[in-house]
Design a binder for this molecule. Sequence first.
Ligand code: ADP
Length: 569
Amino acid sequence: MPFWWKVSYQKFQQWLQFATAPHREIDSLAVQHNVRLLATLTLIIIPLHIFTALALFTAYGSMAQTGKLTLITIVVTLGIYFLSRTRYGEHTINLFVLEMVLLAIALLYINADAYSAVTAVLPIYIASLFRSIKRLIVTTVVTILSVFALSQILPGDWEQIYGVLTLLIVISAVIIVRSRVQWVLEEQIQQHNEQLKENETRFRAAINAGRSLFILLQVVNNVDDRENDFLIVDANTQIAMHFEQSHEHLIGKSVSKVLPPALLEYLLPQFHQLVNKQLPILYGEFSVEDKWWEYQLVPVGNGLALSLDDITDRKLSEIRQFELQREREQAIILNKFIRDVSHDIMTPLSIINTKAYLAGRSPNQDQRSNHLSQISEQVVRLKDMVEQMLSQSKLHNLQPQDLDIYPINLNDLLEHLIIEFKRDKRYSQRQLVFQASPAPIIHPVDKVRLEVAISNLIDNALQYTPDSGMITVSCQEVDEGISIDVSDEGSGIPIGDVTNIFEPFYRVEEHRPQTAGAGLGLSISKRISELHGGVITAENRSTGGMLFQIYLPFSIETTDSISSDSVNT
Ligand code: ADP
């Protein structure tokens, strides 16, 4: 389209808008529409009439009756145009329709034939353009009766008048029915539009309320690419503000051009999952870089709606609270430990003190060496306790990559441990049984540390199992990993304590007289299992006694690395 045409067309539209604007006191939308239509029609008709009048006068001379009639019509139409500008614009429509009726009758009067009667359709058609079924019917009846009356009064060529009248009635009926149907449809469309507008307003208010980021996406099937693309169909103001882009700039863009790559890396697979699996909803939390996000996805037509919340503050306060709770629990356990340990340390110390005193005063060499050996026994006990504490502290700071891992046959490792324990005279009355797996189990482990973890379990099992009780150690391949089991026939652990026994310094109250341990053995075993990517569990056996299991997965994914980038869906 040439530029000059575009500018002229715009100018013409502006002028027409101004020239047909209804009076400001008219506030009904329907009346405004009618008045504007009337003004437009008169503006179209006036130049047409001027042209017709000129043509008639040129063809038939200045006395042509139809020419004079057209001149009168121009004046009346101009008057109607100016009246349509007033606040009575609505009533002027009746005048205009009347003018059309009179014009048709005048034409008929001048020509007095059935062909001119056909022009009577014009006022009926004009009346149908305005919204009033009453006006349309009155115009139709008046026009048809006038044509009929004229045919009766005037002499002329009226042979086909009944045929023309029938035609007029049929056309009028069609015009009336068509207008009615059109108005009903238009009303329905208008109602729908209003409903849509209201829904749109509500939708916009809903998505803009609150702090959530909201995007409506449409799936686009890429022909060359196997993966679908997602185009932004709509977004709320929060998205625009968050990613510092204007709302218009976002619409129609691929989501991959708007959301940061770190967010997309997690969200895109979720989009595909929702679409491909046709899920009704998908939601969860995830963390990227130093932020936590909560998302919800729902399918919408050929696309999906994404609602995204930055929950970093909430998450941080949850983590802080969790840490605080942990610290509080640890402080309680530590206090209890200090109470218990000082008692446990005091016992060997007071034995050492007494025995040292007795050894010093004892005249007998045998008695002296007996006291001294008891002193060294207590020193070993104290040394073990301190060593365990040091070992726990070191393990706490250890990372999986610090382990000295190489493949070994676990059957051999266990067999060697069993032989060592069997040598311990304290447990000579217990039966220690090893059930090796039929085939060798070669698995990469830190041999020294795993030995410590398993020794703690076997040592506990021996300690808490009465004489003649049986302790069974076994090793087998299970689901995607290896299970090392230590079961005993001891006293078991009260249900309330089972969940806590892996906590550092935790000891079951009723076992305290039996053991001088620091309550660190199981927490050490747990840490070593986790450093191997495994888990340790404890349960009371139905037949009595405990079953401890260390599970080591074939593929080593350490719990440390899992927790650092864990995601939930
Ligand atoms: P400790 O060095 O005191 O034995 P552990 O961490 O090894 O510390 O064990 C913690 C507590 O768990 C022990 O004090 C004991 O009460 C209980 N316990 C551990 N193993 C067994 C078992 N096989 N049977 C019964 N109780 C056990």
